[in-house]
Design a protein around this ligand. Sequence first.
Ligand code: GLN
Length: 193
Amino acid sequence: MSGVLTVGVLALQGDFERHARAFEILNRSVREVRRAEDLDGLSALVIPGGESTTMTLLLTPKLRDAVVEFCRNHPTWGTCAGMIMLSKDSRDPRVKPLGFMDIEVERNGYGRQVHSFEADLRVAEEIGESHKPLRGIFIRAPRLTGFSPDVQPLVWHGEDIVCARQNHFLVSAFHPELMDDLRLQKYFLAMKA
Ligand code: GLN
């Protein structure tokens, strides 16, 4: 398989370890990214779930600049809090998103009572085996509330778009790293910047 060689996972906080394991199952090497230098030589980056407010605080100016520079020309995937970080608008002044995708998200948009749920999701053909639903775990997940026409929906929960792509950026509101179904990981590894 060509394309991505070493995948970086931003490891400031959140569930970066499970992401690493999923890519290792697919025979990719993974590097945890904590400092600007850790981005050297990587082919792609995952921004994991966690808390976007905390991530905002932990992204020191030097690391933030390096991540922004890296993301400009490498495939980047944000899951859950990472989706918020890739958006242009999180509608929360405590979060300073990196601002790459023309999406608007609402933090914890699935309601306070439903902090966490699991659901069968419908997938677009390009994800593969589209007749088979993808099981998704949502943990205080962000809701996609708006997007520009060149954002491509890839996965749906009912009417809601819960995974989408724009150029070399991928976001998912749920946590694919917690499931054995690695279709989204494979899709991401095939993406090019
Ligand atoms: N609610 C978190 C936030 O707003 C996201 C939750 C998650 O990443 N599982 O950042």
